[in-house]
Design a protein around this ligand. Structure first.
Ligand code: FAD
Length: 222
C-alpha cells in the first residue's frame, strides 16, 4: 500500500524536501504539501523594503515548485490535527490522512500592547508580505530605508554558536583584520550624511582581505 507523507507549511526545510520529492515518489511514497501558496524569503525582505528588489523577486510560488518536482500541492492552512486518526483538517474543511506528518509552519509575532493614541507607530514584519506594504506606505513620505550589509565583523557570535573548541577556533581565526563594530557604525553615519535627495538603498562593506564573494579569507602578504 502507498504511504502518504504530509508536509504542513512551505517553510525552509520543507522547500528543500519538496525539491527532492522524487526521492519519495520513486519509492512509491505520496508526498503532499499543504500551504497557503506563496513563500516569502526573509533573507531578501530588508532588501525589498529598501527598494533593491521587487516584491516578486522575494516570492516563491510553492504550487509551481511542487509541480516541478513531482509533489502534490494543496492550497490552504491546516487548522487542526488528529494524531489518533492520523488526519489533518484544513480551514476550508477539507481533510487529509497521513502516515507521516511533518510541520514547518514558522512563527508569528504576537500583537504588542502599545498605546493607541498616535504617539507610537509600529509595523509588524511578519508575515513578510507586510514589508512590501510598508515600502508602499513609506513612498513619498521622505522616510528612506537603507540596508547595510557588513562582511566579517568581530563579534562574540562564535563564542556562543560553536561548542566544539576546534571548530570555534577555526571559525574565529581568519588571520585577517576583520571589521569592527565602529566600522559598521561609521557606515551608518555615512548613510545618514547623504544629501536628502540621495537614497543609499544598500551598502556592503567587507574586510579588504575577505575575498571570493565573501566566503574566503586571504590575508595580505607582508
Ligand atoms: C524581516 C525578517 C528578516 C529576516 N532575515 C533573516 C536572515 O537574513 N537570515 C536568517 O537566518 N533569518 C532571518 N529571519 C528569520 C527567518 O525568517 C525565520 O527564522 C525563518 O523564516 C523560519 O523559517 P521556517 O522555515 O521555520 O518558517 P517560515 O519561513 O516562516 O515558513 C513557514 C511557512 O508555513 C506556512 N504556514 C503557516 N501556518 C500554516 C498552516 N497552519 N498550514 C499550512 N501552512 C502554514 C506559512 O505560510 C509559511 O509559508 C528574518 C525574519 C524577518 C521577519
Amino acid at each position: 500500500m502507498n504511504r502518504t507523507v504530509v508536509l504542513v507549511g512551505a517553510g525552509h526545510a520543507h522547500l528543500h524536501v519538496v525539491s527532492n520529492a522524487r526521492a519519495f515518489t520513486t519509492r512509491g511514497v505520496r508526498l503532499v504539501l499543504v500551504d497557503p501558496g506563496i513563500f516569502w524569503y526573509s533573507g531578501m525582505a530588508t532588501g525589498m523594503l529598501s527598494g533593491q528588489y521587487e516584491p516578486a523577486d522575494d516570492q516563491i510560488d510553492v504550487a509551481d515548485l511542487a509541480l516541478r518536482f513531482g509533489a502534490e500541492f494543496i492550497p490552504g492552512k491546516v487548522s487542526s490535527i488528529s494524531r489518533e486518526h492520523k488526519r489533518v483538517v484544513l480551514e476550508s474543511g477539507q481533510d487529509l490522512t497521513y502516515d507521516l506528518l511533518s510541520l514547518n509552519v514558522g512563527s508569528r509575532v504576537p500583537p504588542l500592547d502599545l498605546p493607541n493614541d498616535g504617539t507610537v507607530r509600529t509595523f509588524q514584519v511578519k508575515p513578510i508580505s507586510q514589508m512590501a506594504d510598508l515600502r508602499q506606505e513609506l513612498m513619498g513620505t521622505g522616510v528612506l530605508v537603507s540596508e547595510i550589509n557588513p562582511g566579517r565583523v568581530t563579534t562574540e557570535f562564535y563564542e556562543v554558536a560553536l561548542d566544539d573548541l576546534e571548530s570555534r577556533s577555526r571559525a574565529q581565526n581568519t588571520g585577517i583584520t576583520e571589521l569592527s563594530p565602529d566600522d559598521v557604525a561609521a557606515s551608518i553615519i555615512h548613510v545618514l550624511d547623504a544629501p536628502r535627495h540621495v537614497s543609499i538603498n544598500q551598502l556592503e562593506i567587507v574586510p579588504a582581505e575577505q575575498t571570493y564573494g565573501g566566503y574566503q579569507f586571504t590575508p595580505f602578504e607582508d
